[in-house]
Design a protein around this ligand. Structure first.
Ligand SMILES: Cc1cc2nc3c(=O)[nH]c(=O)nc-3n(C[C@H](O)[C@H](O)[C@H](O)COP(=O)(O)O)c2cc1C
Length: 196
C-alpha cells in the first residue's frame, strides 16, 4: 500500500497570516499532497486580526485539521510518515519552544517529531527587531536541523502587488520542502524572461 504524501503545516501567533493563506492555497494546486493543518491558539487570535478570512475558510484549505490540544493526533508520532513540516508564520514563542525541544502542544510536538525523524522543518519567523533570545533560538533550531526562512521577501523580482511578495515566500517554502511547483519566477528564469 502506498503512503500518501503528507505535509504538516503549522500556524502560530505571529503577524503574517497572508503568507500562510497563500501557501495553503498553493498547496491545493500542487496535487498529490495530503495537508495536515495545526494552528496554535495564538494563530487563531492573529488570524482574527489580519487575514480577512474566517477560521473555517482557512481550515477548509487543509485535508486534515488537528486541534493544537490533541497530543494524540497522528502527527504527534514519528511513525506517522510525512514529507516534513513548515511553521508559517512562526512566532518568537513557538521558535523558542522548537529550539529547546518543548513539545507542550500539538504544533510544537509535531515540530519536535519532525526534527527527531530528521525530516525537513522550515520555520518562517516574523518579529522585528529580534532580541537575543530569538537570535539564539534561531541558531539552536538551525543546529537541530531546522531551516530558518525569515518572512522577508526579496524585491529583485520587481513585485507589483502584495500577492507577488507572498508568492516569493511560498516559492521558497515549496523549494525547501522539495515540492515541485512554480509559484514565482526564480532569479535565472527572471533574466531569461527579460531577455525574450
Ligand atoms: C495581533 C497580534 C500580532 C502579533 N504579532 C506577533 C509577531 O509578529 N511575532 C511574534 O513573535 N509574536 C506576535 N504576537 C504575539 C504572539 O501571538 C504571542 O507571543 C503568543 O503567545 C504566541 O503563541 P504561539 O506561538 O503558541 O502562537 C502577536 C500577537 C497578536 C495578538
Amino acid at each position: 500500500m502506498s503512503v500518501p504524501k503528507r505535509l504538516v503545516v503549522g500556524l502560530s501567533g505571529a503577524s503574517g497570516m497572508p503568507y500562510a493563506l497563500d501557501l495553503l492555497q498553493t498547496l491545493r494546486r500542487v496535487g498529490g499532497l495530503e495537508v495536515h493543518l495545526v494552528m496554535s491558539q495564538g494563530a487563531k487570535r492573529v488570524l482574527a486580526e489580519e487575514a480577512g478570512l474566517s477560521l473555517e475558510a482557512v481550515e477548509a484549505l487543509a485535508h486534515v485539521v488537528h486541534r493544537s490540544s490533541d497530543l494524540g493526533a497522528p502527527i504527534a508520532s514519528g511513525s506517522f510518515r510525512t514529507l516534513g513540516m513548515v511553521i508559517v508564520p512562526c512566532s518568537a514563542t513557538t521558535l523558542a519552544k522548537v529550539a529547546y525541544g518543548l513539545a507542550d502542544n500539538l504544533l510544537t510536538r509535531a515540530a519536535y517529531v519532525t526534527l527527531k525523524e530528521r525530516r525537513p522543518l522550515v520555520l518562517v519567523p516574523r518579529e522585528a527587531p529580534l532580541p537575543l533570545p530569538s537570535l539564539e533560538a534561531m541558531v539552536k533550531a538551525t543546529l537541530a536541523g531546522a531551516t530558518i526562512l525569515p518572512a522577508a521577501p526579496g524585491f529583485y523580482h520587481k513585485p507589483q502587488t502584495i500577492e507577488d511578495l507572498l508568492a516569493f515566500m511560498t516559492q521558497r517554502i515549496l523549494d525547501l520542502l522539495g515540492l515541485e511547483y512554480s509559484r514565482a519566477p526564480r532569479w535565472g528564469e527572471l533574466q531569461e524572461l527579460e531577455l525574450d
